[in-house]
Design a protein around this ligand. Structure first.
Ligand SMILES: *Cc1c(COP(=O)(O)O)cnc(C)c1O
Length: 390
């Protein structure tokens, strides 16, 4: 007999019954400082009053109607996102992978509508993560995602990140676009060189390719800007968002510039749940909080202090920590010891974190984190490092 629950995860025994701001109350009776935030999801912390209010109010009125009817909340949220970003139009869905699927379909549709239906291939990058659908695992191209799932969906070419000549060499008459995470999150908080991203933009313009950013993890304030592209002085043509967009309520979005968005004509794409009134109310509240005056400035300040303290610890414990990576509150500690050992030691000292590729422990606190909680994290990290240095 197998357990009734599919065994595709290997969860820690720990579970939680309540969350409050930056803390989670464990079933073991302990309170944990949450530097995992549901993997960059609960960025406003647990039970944020504005989010609770929005969901409660909307839930008592209307959860769901089909997209065969007008959903005013969609128009409102789309307008807010268009206002706050490079984009001219937004499609709403329920998850990150779906947002990427929409973007990948848009890349193909754009070329098809512009007289080049033979252009369907998308260049992606080694070590990326774009989700778990057949198209998004093919985009990432990693064996550990693809193994056992049959012929890899055609249309993706991976090149090493940071190598503009490799990108140029990979372009053929069939290439339609490029997808990249501005910081490779699951890959271990690998910050992509801004010069490389600007070179990609220029290359896409020169070659008529569509540039898509996967900002599912980097977006919604994580890097100290609403979206990470804002650090670069340029913008993509398509951008996916999810994770923190709903602060834990499942919602995703695919944003695009006009020339791409207008190719998605009536009937070309759709979803049942995507953009339903409940999701729109929650995401609307999240966007409102994050776009309030001073919110991102505060994230930047707190992130600066956190980074300074963490860099101090990297110097102090060279046998445990190799380097600090990341932008804003999208941080990773590359470890000298096994990353899971540091993760467990931190958990034993009351702090939850997330493992990442390249032997990294990701630090993804809620953006509402305060100085006091930074001190708490640092004290737990130092205790953990003392233990592991022995
Ligand atoms: C989490 C993530 C995804 C997938 O999102 P899901 O909601 O799990 O489908 C895609 N891309 C990146 C960069 C992510 O971090």
């Amino acid at each position: 007999m197998i357990p009734p629950l599919l065994s595709n995860y290997a969860p820690a025994e720990l579970s939680f019954e309540k969350g409050e701001g930056a803390y989670l109350m464990g079933n073991d009776g302990r309170r944990y400082l949450d530097f995992a935030a549901g993997i960059a999801v609960t960025s406003l912390g647990h039970s944020h009053p504005k989010v609770v209010e929005a969901i409660t109010e909307q839930a008592s009125k209307l959860f769901h109607v089909s997209n065969i009817f007008t959903i005013p909340g969609q128009k409102e949220l789309a307008a807010k996102l268009v206002n706050a970003t490079f984009a001219d139009a937004v499609f709403f869905c329920n998850s990150g992978a779906e947002a990427n699927e929409c973007g990948l379909k848009m890349i193909r549709k754009y070329q098809s509508e512009n007289g080049s239906p033979e252009r369907f291939r998308v260049i992606a990058f080694e070590g990326s993560f774009h989700g778990r659908t057949l198209a998004t695992i093919a985009a990432a191209g990693q064996d550990k995602l693809l193994n056992g799932f049959g012929p890899v969906m055609d249309g993706f070419d991976q090149v090493p990140v940071g190598d503009i000549d490799a990108v140029k060499a990979a372009i053929t008459s069939e290439t339609a676009g490029v997808i990249i995470e501005p910081i490779l999150g699951e890959g271990g908080i690998q910050v992509v060189d801004p010069e490389f991203l600007r070179a990609l933009r220029a290359l896409c313009d020169a070659e008529g390719l569509v540039l898509m950013f996967d900002e599912i993890q980097t977006g919604m304030g994580r890097t100290g800007k609403l979206f990470a592209y804002e650090h670069l002085g340029m913008s993509p043509d398509i951008m996916s968002s999810a994770k923190a967009l709903g602060n834990g309520f499942p919602v995703g979005a695919c944003l695009a510039v006009e020339k791409v968005a207008k190719c998605m004509t009536v009937g070309s794409h759709g979803t049942t749940y995507g953009g339903n009134p409940l999701a729109m109310a929650v995401a609307g509240a999240v966007v409102d909080v994050m776009t309030e005056d001073g919110f991102m400035d505060r994230v930047g300040q707190v992130a600066g202090h956190l980074k300074q303290s963490l860099n101090g610890d990297v110097d102090r414990y060279p046998s445990v920590l190799e380097e600090l990576r990341g932008v804003g509150l999208h941080l990773g500690l590359k470890c000298k010891v096994e990353n899971t050992k540091l993760l467990k030691a931190l958990q034993a000292n009351g702090v939850l974190t997330v493992a990442g590729g390249d032997n990294v422990v990701r630090l993804l606190p809620p953006l509402i984190i305060e100085e006091e909680q930074i001190s708490e994290l640092i004290s737990a990290l130092e205790t953990a490092c003392e233990e592991l240095a022995q």
